[in-house]
Structure formats: C-alpha cells, structure tokens
Write a protein that binds this ligand. Sequence first.
Ligand code: SF4
Ligand code: SF4
Ligand code: SF4
Length: 307
Amino acid sequence: MTQALKRTRTIKPIHVLAFLAFAYAGLGFFNQHFFHWTRSFWLSGYSEKIVIVVFGVWRVTQEKNPYTRRRIAVLTFLIATLWLLLPYALGITFFNHHTVGSLWFFAYLVIIFCFGRRADCAWNCPCVGIRDTAGDPFRDRTIKKDWLWRLRHVKWVFLASILLYLVLVIVAPYEIFTLKYARGFMGINMGLYFASLLVIPWTGNRNYCRFLCPWGALYGLIGRLGFFKIVVDKDKCTECGRCERQCDMGVPIRALLREHGEINVPDCVGCARCVVECPQNALTVVDVKDAIKNGVSAIRGRAAGAG
Ligand code: SF4
Ligand code: SF4
Ligand code: SF4
C-alpha cells in the first residue's frame, strides 16, 4: 500500500491553531451538554460550527483544485446556514439529519441511496466540516496500513448501536430506557468524536469517520446498496497510485479497481479527491442521475428500434 500525501513532521502555526480550535469545539459541546459552566453562545455546541466557518473561509482561499474548492465552499455555507444561523436565530433544528428517527433523518437516507454517502460525509456534515477545514493541515498524517484497513469492520458494532437506537425511538419513544439509551449513545459517541479530534495530529483527519462513526456506517451501508460508485476506465489507468495517496479514508483504491473495476465500498465518503487528482482522468462518479439517463436512453433506443 502506498504512503499518504507527502508525509511531514513539521509543526507550523496553522497546526497549533487547528489543534486549539479542536479543543475549543470540544469544550463548547461538553459545556453545553454536560458541565454547564456558562450559557454563552461562544462556548456551546455552536463552537464547532464557528470553527468550521472560520477555517472554511481560509480553506476556500487556499484550495487549488476547483472541484474541492467548490465542495468546501458549499460545505462551509451549509454549516453556516443550516447548522449555525438558522438554529440560533430561529430555533429551527429541523435540518439536523443526525437526529435519529426524525423526518429529515429518513429523508436523508433516501438522498444517500440516490447520491451516496457523500451527501452527508463530503458535503453537509459538521464532522466533515471540521475535518476538511481545520483538519486539513493534518491530511498528510493519515495512517494507511493493511491492518488499519481490516480494522474498518469495527464500525459495524457502531452500526448495531444506531440501529438499536432507531428501533427504540420507533417502538418506545417515550419510555425511560429509550431516553437513557439516547443519553448514553450520544455521550459515548460525542466523547469518542471529540477525543478523535484531539488525536488528529497523529492519525490524520478522518480517524472517527474511518472506524467509529455510527451515522457513517449506516450511510455507508445505504450508499453501498444505492446508485453511487466510482468507475474506472482501465485503458486509461496507469496504476500510478496518486488517487490512493489522496484518500483520507485509507481506501485501497488500486486493488479495488484492479479486482472490481470500481470503488463501491461503504468506506468511501465520496469526497472525489481521487477522481479530481487522477492525471489520466480515468475515474468517473456515477449516481442516480446516470441511472436515469441510461434508463431514458434504453427506452428511446427501444422506441427507435420498434419504429
Ligand atoms: S463518517 Fe460520521 S463523522 Fe465522518 S463525515 Fe460521515 S457522519 Fe460525519
Ligand atoms: S490516479 Fe488515475 S491513473 Fe493513477 S492509479 Fe489512480 S485511477 Fe489509475
Ligand atoms: S475512494 Fe476517492 S471518493 Fe472515496 S473517500 Fe477515497 S478519495 Fe474520497
């Protein structure tokens, strides 16, 4: 397996700033939900979103690739509006699709079936928001080893935990054990989530997404069953490995392309870094739009044949 981006150990001011931002985001969340030191907006669940907006603007000015720049700009805009301004100004939390069992939670599963896990994990999740903005300076630290790729199966335990949560919310929404389970589920997952931010300097930015995230596991499974995948033109691919070096999720891209001619695994967050970095333009993203186009072409073809 290839190494990550050009791996460095140098610590620059941006690394220190990003690490302090992770700590600030975590303190805000735990202050609001567990410790209650202050009721200030500046030290609350919004702290993480403030970090994303500040570092998101910086990332947009720095990013060279047009597609990734557009993705980070849209991601920052969605976090600023749906996760920060609307909830704060209007008290609307409707768009939080991580609220298990909510209407928007189920709507998002449909979106993910059509467009892949990227609908959340690349374009509209505070988690990717902080990891692709403040976490960006640490992308070169991503550890890519065969044993870590095998460790990805740990996430199925977390998938089981969110499915149990979903069942409880549906069949016994107001029971005391459902509320206790919800609190325990959120406490454990948010604890792991913010702890994972603090070890990003040693593991790379997507550590939580790779092994621990229950939402990511669920979205990965739904996406795997749906329309999204990345296909390769084998005549163009030179097996240079550049795509693999860009992948923050540690996906063994070349092996998958060699064996299956496509990337269609629950671990792919659909960031498309591999696609846009391929010097041969050998990779193409496919989703529900292509299925519809192919269906329409087939119908037209049959109609033309019959005529
Ligand atoms: S895997 Fe989880 S933490 Fe990572 S972007 Fe997706 S939902 Fe967010
Ligand atoms: S970057 Fe492109 S050419 Fe190189 S291995 Fe990946 S798909 Fe093949
Ligand atoms: S395989 Fe490509 S699209 Fe999927 S996570 Fe890796 S770089 Fe992103």
